[in-house]
Design a protein around this ligand. Structure first.
Ligand code: DGJ
Length: 750
């Protein structure tokens, strides 16, 4: 059993082969945190651990046992997990253990996305009931340990038993105390078109935090917080991860206390949050996924990848090979009609693409970004046969059809605005700020969600639509829910996201065969919450191959390949004006869910041959590119960042593809090699290079190579001859295709 309870010591031990999590009911009934880290033996003397009770104010004198779910006002001056304002205005709370139960499997969280199990045997859950009796408050903490993952999933539910409402001001999903502060905080930050760049900061006394107050997780910060030791590498050393399954305002914080201990907390951002706890009603905090690795960042990432890919994403598309899309956005922007789209689709089909995505501009009077959001009826001037007519013609060409929508938004110039200005987010008597010339619909209102469900169901049921790209292009300003009373305005942001989840959930259930891709001006809401409804996301609006090295590297720290949509686009690139080789653009976009975002009718015969070859190569390796084990070899945030290398390996280690990228070429560089990982040392691999060639690198690597050699000596990525580098130029990419050759190396079958 993964959850052990020692009734004498009143200690819970959640354990599997990879991690242990220890909680103890302290002598005074408070719930103390004892340990989270590598596995401890099932039995052993544990009674001495955390045998002191929580000393509250005494923590100025010594190190108290930290609390599992710390509250404010009782002597622990570090950041709390829970703050509740009582009707008398006081905010001190003191939680004591009441009872617990364990059960196989994992419960869902009402209204919120969460990880799940398919069979009860996959996990066991501990539910601990705590109470603050004078405050008439109950807190239920949930801990799920999966049998074969280095993961503990946590969440909390808060209930008031008072007859008058109390106000929940802070309800973190997880708080975790660690006994030292010798850590680097790692997080993923940026802005539009440069999302999820890796940032590393040394912890020191006081707090370091990041989060969002935008109404979405945002381009600026990913809702995950990692810790690693200074010496931790991809392969070795300790690392912790806390990742929030949520898409709204969040806070991630690391606080180093007076005695050099570290408290982490992650959850809904308390800033601007105030939830009325009605008598008896329960508030559910989102889920936080905690991972511990003693084997470096690669193992930590792999734990997130497999969990998020296999037990967070859901629906038929979770396991299905994802289609190669042709998206018309960068090809046409708003300027298209049916013949132009059909020409693009037909040309794309000839090259082997599989699904045509009609992006923004097909509805209302939308010839630019200043009108028609909300009017989800087709523009017959552009598409005289309607969406159904176009979709059927696309299907006749042999492609499936997908469509872009932005349901949460409204343009002032729209029919919907004239009919329902009251549905728009805004503070009464205050001007509304526009972003991209648009306003936001109030998703906290049930009738708005109902309306959108009706309109979108209509769209999806009257045309053969296989895919939906759900965009969201601005953040919330003047937050105010028109249907909420004054005392509930602090609920607005969370209710907004609950409305988004509700709409996603209802559409997903009504159209189970539709593949949803989430998008928010690129990666502005690329988070675990969205992955529960849309198994893939538009990683960034930046399609430049060189920028994508950093974006995809950062994204890969937590998110699986199957979640990252990556497109080959035209040059000069529309975001940075850079001109990169077509093969380099593909070699980067291959690692994820491949698509094209250009006008294939404008390609030369030579380029068409290259694209056809790319698609053929991708299809032959699709399983590896979308679902392989991702291994980061050389990082764009390391050293001068000039080289990046990564690889994907099949779970049985028989196949792999390595990508090596060099931004700027240099003269007379000297020979160099790239050591691989994750292969079978006893196997022999047939190595071929892509694009094929008879250059020095192809010659140096093509042929049979032992897995041991590839991992200990490596591939040759620079030859000894200085003349060889002349032909490479800048923005160079090379893939190495590895295929275990079982006939070549008898030892591989031993
Ligand atoms: C932002 C998205 O990220 C783009 O891919 C595109 O769909 C535009 N919006 C359309 O307005």
């Amino acid at each position: 059993m993964p959850i052990l309870f020692d009734p004498q010591a009143r200690t819970f031990h959640l354990r599997n082969g990879q991690v242990s999590y220890l909680i103890r009911v302290l002598a005074n009934g408070a719930l103390g945190h004892v340990y989270f880290g590598g596995t401890l033996a099932e039995s052993g003397p544990r009674g001495h651990l955390a045998s002191r009770e929580f000393l509250g104010f005494d923590n100025r004198l010594g190190e108290p046992v930290p609390l599992e779910y710390p509250t404010a006002g009782i002597g622990d001056y570090r950041v709390p997990a829970l703050v509740v304002r009582a009707p008398d205005g006081s905010t001190a709370n003191d939680l004591r253990y009441v009872s617990h139960r364990t059960f196989p499997g994992k419960p869902a969280i009402p209204g919120l996305p969460s990880t799940y199990v398919q069979a009860h045997e996959e996990a066991e859950t501990l539910e601990i009931l705590l109470a603050d009796t004078p405050a008439d408050l109950e807190v239920r903490l949930y801990y799920t340990i999966f049998v074969d993952r280095s993961v503990v999933a946590r969440s909390a539910r808060i209930r008031s038993l008072r007859q008058v409402p109390q106000t929940l001001l802070c309800a973190m999903s997880a708080s975790l105390d660690l006994p030292d502060s010798d850590w680097n905080l790692v997080h993923f930050s940026g802005a539009w078109a440069r999302e999820r760049h890796v940032v590393k900061r040394r912890l020191g006394p006081g707090s370091m935090s990041f989060g969002s107050l935008r109404g979405a997780s945002g381009h600026q910060h990913d809702p995950s917080l990692l810790l690693q030791r200074e010496a931790t590498t991809e392969q070795h050393g300790e690392a912790y991860g806390l990742s929030l399954v949520y898409s709204g305002n969040f806070l991630a914080e690391a606080e180093v206390g007076a005695f050099g201990t570290t408290r982490l907390r992650l959850g809904i951002n308390p800033e601007g949050f105030a939830w009325n706890l009605e008598p008896g009603a329960e508030f559910c905090a989102p889920e936080a996924i905690l991972v511990y690795s003693d084997d470096g960042m690669e193992a930590l990432s792999d734990a997130y990848h497999t969990l998020y890919r296999d037990r967070l994403a859901r629906g038929v598309w979770r396991d299905l090979p994802r289609p190669i899309v042709i998206n018309n956005w960068e090809a046409t922007y708003f300027d298209f009609d049916e013949p132009r789209l059909l020409a693009i689709a037909s040309s794309a089909r000839e090259l082997g693409m599989e699904l045509f995505v009609l992006d923004d501009g097909w509805f209302g009077q939308r010839d630019g970004d200043n009108t028609s959001l909300g009017d989800w009826t087709v523009n017959l001037a552009k598409l005289p046969g309607g969406i159904g007519g176009l979709a059927r013609k696309i299907e006749e060409l042999g492609l499936r059809f997908g469509i872009w929508i932005e349901p949460e938004m409204i343009s002032q110039r729209s029919r919907l605005f004239t009919e329902h200005a009251d549905w728009v987010v805004g503070v009464p008597a205050r001007p509304r700020t526009e972003g991209r010339n648009q306003l936001v619909l109030d998703m906290s209102r049930g009738e708005v969600v109902d309306y959108l469900f009706g309109v979108l169901s209509d769209l999806l049921s009257h045309a053969p639509i296989s895919y939906v790209k759900w965009d969201m292009n601005r953040n919330i300003t003047e937050p105010y829910g028109g249907a909420l009373p004054a005392e509930r305005q602090g609920e607005f942001f969370h209710r907004y996201i609950l409305g988004v989840y509700d709409l996603y959930d209802r559409l997903g259930r009504a159209f189970p065969n539709v593949l949803f891709e989430s998008c928010a001006g690129g990666g502005g809401r690329f988070d675990p919450g969205m992955l529960a409804y849309a198994p893939q996301a538009w990683t960034s609006d930046d399609t430049d191959a060189i920028e994508r090295l950093r974006i995809q590297w950062g994204t890969s720290q937590v998110y699986p390949l199957s979640s990252m949509a990556a497109h080959v686009s035209a040059v000069p690139n529309h975001q940075v004006g850079r001109i990169t080789p077509l093969q380099t653009r593909a070699a980067v976009a291959f690692f994820g869910v491949l698509g094209y975002e250009l006008d294939p009718t404008t390609l030369s015969a030579e380029e068409r041959a290259l694209v056809a070859g790319q698609i053929e190569f991708y299809k032959a390796h699709r399983e590896l590119f979308q679902r392989g084990r991702f291994v980061r070899l050389r990082g764009p945030f390391e050293g001068d960042g000039n080289e990046t290398a990564w690889m994907t390996v099949s779970r049985d280690r028989k196949q792999g593809v390595v990508g090596h990228y060099r931004i700027l070429n240099g003269p007379n560089p000297g020979p160099s090699r790239l050591r691989l990982r994750g292969l079978d040392p006893a196997a022999t691999y047939r190595v071929s290079v892509w694009p094929a060639g008879d250059d020095a690198i192809a010659k140096a690597n093509a042929g049979l190579r032992g897995g041991d050699e590839l991992m200990k000596m490596g591939l040759t990525i620079r030859s000894e001859d200085p003349n060889d580098s002349r032909s490479l130029g800048d923005f160079h990419a090379r893939l190495f295709d590895l295929d275990a050759d079982e006939s070549a190396h008898p030892s591989s079958r031993e």
